[in-house]
Design a protein around this ligand. Structure first.
Ligand SMILES: [Zn+2]
Length: 383
């Protein structure tokens, strides 16, 4: 898959997290029982869960632990951290942040391999598409698949577990643009997950997860937050959709025209709002290097591109939280945001540290981080 198109072609692009980050998807077996959502307990069926298409299990107030509060909307228990309008939270580490990061570390590498070896040769395959309504998955649409994938397509429980993990991590009011959930596979490794504008309505987005790559919960957790960061930074309130380009995503001339007419950063979906996160991030961290990067992004030959991209990264390793972050401003902000959520506040002074610290300038994001951390903590400590 040609990832560099992610930054230059809008709707056709599949914003992906290729696992360059750690190359740690060693054992991408289909051991779905072992991923964290399966171990979240106790999970009680709520009143609204009678319909078998209703995949979002809920908790009741009785399920909450002593330091947790009950979220009436999501019917979920988690410790709530109060943050003021300036983004100052009641406790810098909420009292549980260190424990949380320890739990995240413990997630790594604890899963045995599965029987997915033959899938290495598979092309990317959509297995099933669900419509998202709030926390619910409805109206599953089965894709035509080869026989060897039928079991994975039919494993709705596994699909559901991944979704529930995501839905509990990311509050529903933060993802009104997400209207479809796609389970696909390209075999182990390669693409773990992606988000993409919905071709039916480019103001809406879909989230895709590779069922063969979900057996490393740490990787899954980081990646789901990374994908959410794309939704957060590229949705139409941040980057109004260029309707014309959305209809012809492969029209390079149109793309160039739209980019040239945009006085601020042009991520591909349209011209970003001047006050958007992505434009602020671009202005601060990418304006000086964009031209150099842009030349690399247009290299057609894959090997030549890979070499140039690596050189670009290695020349400024301390500027990025990961090598994948160096592949575009969009990936950089997504990687930095996931690091912001899953790491202590940086104390160093590298540009990578500054990129993580960038989000502390936004009180609403500090609050969101606290909420996501509380939600994640409540899941992980029930494992
Ligand atoms: Zn990405």
């Amino acid at each position: 898959m040609n990832h560099r198109f992610a930054s230059r072609i809008s709707v056709a692009r599949w914003i992906v997290l290729l696992c360059l980050l750690t190359a740690a998807l060693l054992l991408a077996g289909c051991a779905m029982e072992e991923i964290s959502p399966a171990d979240v307990q106790p999970i009680e069926q709520g009143e609204t869960d009678e319909n078998e298409d209703d995949y979002y299990y809920t908790e009741t107030a009785e399920d909450c632990w002593e330091d947790e509060e009950f979220d009436e909307v999501d019917q979920l228990c988690y410790p709530v951290v109060y943050c003021d309008e300036n983004g100052i939270c009641e406790e810098e580490d909420y009292g549980f942040l260190d424990i949380l990061f320890g739990l995240v570390d413990e997630l790594a590498g604890g899963v045995a391999g599965g029987d997915f070896e033959d899938a290495a040769e598979l092309e990317e395959n959509t297995l099933i598409t669900y419509r998202v309504e709030g926390n619910q998955l409805v109206a599953p649409e089965l894709a035509a698949v080869t026989d060897d994938l039928l079991d994975f397509q039919a494993d709705t429980q596994a699909h559901q577990k991944i979704w529930v993990y995501f839905a509990r991590l990311v509050p529903p009011d933060q993802r009104p643009y997400l209207t479809k959930y796609v389970v696909f596979t390209d075999g182990p490794e390669e693409v773990l997950a992606f988000v993409s504008p919905d071709t039916d309505d480019p103001t809406k987005w879909l989230l895709g997860v590779d069922i063969a790559d979900t057996s490393d919960p740490e990787e899954l957790t980081f990646t789901l937050i990374h994908e959410f960061a794309h939704l957060m930074t590229l949705n139409s309130s941040q980057v109004p959709v260029d309707e014309e380009l959305a209809l012809e995503p492969d029209n390079e001339e149109l793309y160039e025209e739209a980019a040239a007419a945009c006085p601020v950063y042009f991520p591909g979906e349209g011209c970003s709002e001047p006050t958007s996160y992505i434009n602020a991030f671009y202005e601060r961290f990418w304006a000086d290097i964009y031209e150099e990067w842009s030349e690399i992004s247009w290299i057609e030959d894959e090997d030549e591109y890979a070499a140039a991209a690596e050189e670009f990264y290695l020349a400024r390793e301390d500027d990025f939280v990961s090598d994948y972050a160096a592949t575009s401003p969009e990936e950089d902000i997504a990687e930095s945001f996931a690091t912001f959520v899953l790491s202590p506040k940086p104390t160093g002074d590298t540009l990578a540290d500054e990129k993580v610290a960038f989000f502390y300038n936004y009180p609403e994001l500090v609050k969101l981080r606290a909420e996501m951390n509380g939600r994640l903590y409540s899941r992980l400590r029930r494992r």
